[in-house]
Design a protein around this ligand. Structure first.
Ligand code: SAH
Length: 350
C-alpha cells in the first residue's frame, strides 16, 4: 500500500482497482490511513500553508421539489418544516457575515420552485452591489444553462453541485424521479462553460455504495477537475427511507478526502459539517486529511433547525461571532488559523 500512496502523492494516477485496494486498506489499517493523510496534509500545506478559508453558509430555503432518498428536505417528507428567507433576511445575514470578516457567502437551498431567475438575479446583484469584494457561491441544485448564465452575470462566482454518485445505478437508486446522472453531469458541464468555479463531490457510506463506487467517484473527480470538492459521511435522517441505515464510516471518509487532495493538489476542499456532526473532532480530522476550508453557518438562528438535510447538524451555537472565535480556537489546537481572504481557486502551483 505504501507504493500506492507514494504514487498518488507524486502525481501518478491510480486505476479503479488500485484506488479500491487503497480505500479498503485505509478502512482497516490505521498505518496506511495515517500515511495517506500525512501525504495529503503535506500537499495541502504546500498549497495553502496553515490558513483555513471560511465560507459563510446562508440556507435560503427548505422547500424542495426533489425526492432524494437520503435528504430530510425531500418533498415526500411531510413532517419537514419548511421556510424560505426573504431578500431582507439574506441581506441581514450578509451584513453580519461581512462585518465578521467573511469574504465568501454560500447561498444554498433546496430546489425551491419560487426561486425564479428574476428573484435570484436581483438578490445576487444586490449582494454584489453592496459587497464588491466578496465571492458569491451558489448551491441551488439543477437549473437550466440559461439560468446559470444569468446568475453568473448577476455576480455569482462559484457553484457547488455535488455529483452525488458516479455510478449510474447507484445514482438512480438514490434519486428517484430525478433526471439522472447524465443530466446532473450536463449541469456541471454547463456551469464550467459559464465559467463558474465548480464544486463536485459525494457522500461516503450511503446505502448501496461500495468501495468500488467511491473509487469511481474519485476517478470522475479526476476527470472533471473541479475547483472544489465536498466529501462528507452519509448521516441518516429519521423521516427518510434511509433513516434506519448506519452513518458513513469516519476512516473511509477521511481516506476519500485525502485521496481527493492528492488527485487535485490545489482544489478547495471543505472539512464538511457532516464530518463535524459525525464526530466532535471531525472538522479537525478533515483538515488533518488535507481539507482547507470550513463553512460556518450564517443563517438566522430560528431557521437553522429547519434546514435539516440530516439531523443534529454540528454548529458553534447561535451567534456567528461566537462561532468564529470558537473556530479560531479549535484551529489553533492543531496549529492552524482562519485565513480571511476570499480564497479563490488558484492553480498556479498545480
Ligand atoms: N439542493 C442542492 C443542495 C443540496 S444540500 C443540490 O442539489 O445541490 C448539499 C449536500 O448535502 C448534498 O449535495 C448532499 O450530498 C448532502 N446531503 C444531503 N443529505 C445528506 C445526508 N442525509 N447526509 C449527509 N449528506 C447529505
Amino acid at each position: 500500500m505504501r507504493e500506492l500512496v507514494e504514487q498518488l502523492a507524486s502525481g501518478h494516477r491510480l486505476d479503479k482497482k488500485s484506488l479500491s485496494a487503497l480505500l479498503t486498506a485505509c478502512a482497516t489499517d490505521s498505518h496506511v490511513l495515517q500515511l495517506l493523510r500525512d501525504n495529503a496534509v503535506r500537499t495541502a500545506r504546500q498549497q495553502f500553508g496553515l490558513g483555513i478559508f471560511i465560507r459563510g453558509l446562508i440556507e435560503l430555503s427548505s422547500y424542495c421539489r426533489c425526492d432524494c432518498m437520503y435528504c430530510g428536505l425531500r418533498r415526500s417528507n411531510r413532517t419537514a418544516e419548511r421556510y424560505r428567507l426573504t431578500t431582507e433576511e439574506v441581506m441581514a445575514c450578509c451584513k453580519e457575515g461581512y462585518n465578521l470578516g467573511f469574504r465568501t457567502f454560500v447561498l444554498q437551498g433546496g430546489e425551491d420552485g419560487t426561486h425564479s431567475d428574476e428573484w435570484l438575479v436581483e438578490l445576487i446583484s444586490h449582494i454584489r452591489s453592496l459587497y464588491s469584494d466578496v465571492a458569491i457561491t451558489l448551491s441551488l441544485g439543477e437549473r437550466s444553462e440559461e439560468s446559470y448564465i444569468k446568475l453568473k452575470r448577476a455576480g455569482a462566482n462559484r457553484y457547488l453541485l455535488r455529483h452525488e454518485a458516479a455510478n449510474e445505478e447507484l445514482y438512480a437508486s438514490l434519486h428517484p424521479s430525478s433526471r439522472g446522472l447524465q443530466h446532473r453531469l450536463a449541469c456541471v458541464e454547463a456551469l464550467k462553460r459559464a465559467e463558474y468555479q465548480v464544486g463536485m463531490g459525494m457522500m461516503i457510506g450511503v446505502k448501496g455504495q461500495t468501495i468500488e463506487h467511491i473509487a469511481e467517484d474519485l476517478l470522475l473527480i479526476e476527470k472533471y477537475r473541479p475547483e472544489m470538492v465536498g466529501i462528507g459521511p452519509f448521516l441518516p435522517h429519521h423521516a427518510t427511507p434511509l433513516g434506519g441505515e448506519p452513518a458513513g464510516d469516519l476512516n473511509l471518509t477521511l481516506a476519500a478526502v485525502a485521496i481527493a487532495r492528492l488527485i487535485l493538489p490545489s482544489a478547495l476542499i471543505p472539512a464538511t459539517t457532516a464530518l463535524a456532526t459525525l464526530t466532535p473532532r471531525g472538522r479537525l480530522e478533515g483538515i488533518l486529511s488535507g481539507a482547507n476550508v470550513v463553512m460556518p453557518n450564517l443563517s438566522p438562528s430560528d431557521v437553522r433547525a429547519k434546514y435539516a438535510i440530516y439531523e443534529n447538524k454540528a454548529s458553534w451555537g447561535k451567534e456567528a461571532a461566537e462561532g468564529l472565535k470558537a473556530l479560531e480556537s479549535e484551529l489553533q489546537t492543531i496549529g492552524y488559523h482562519i485565513d480571511f481572504s476570499r480564497g479563490d481557486f488558484n492553480n498556479l502551483k498545480q
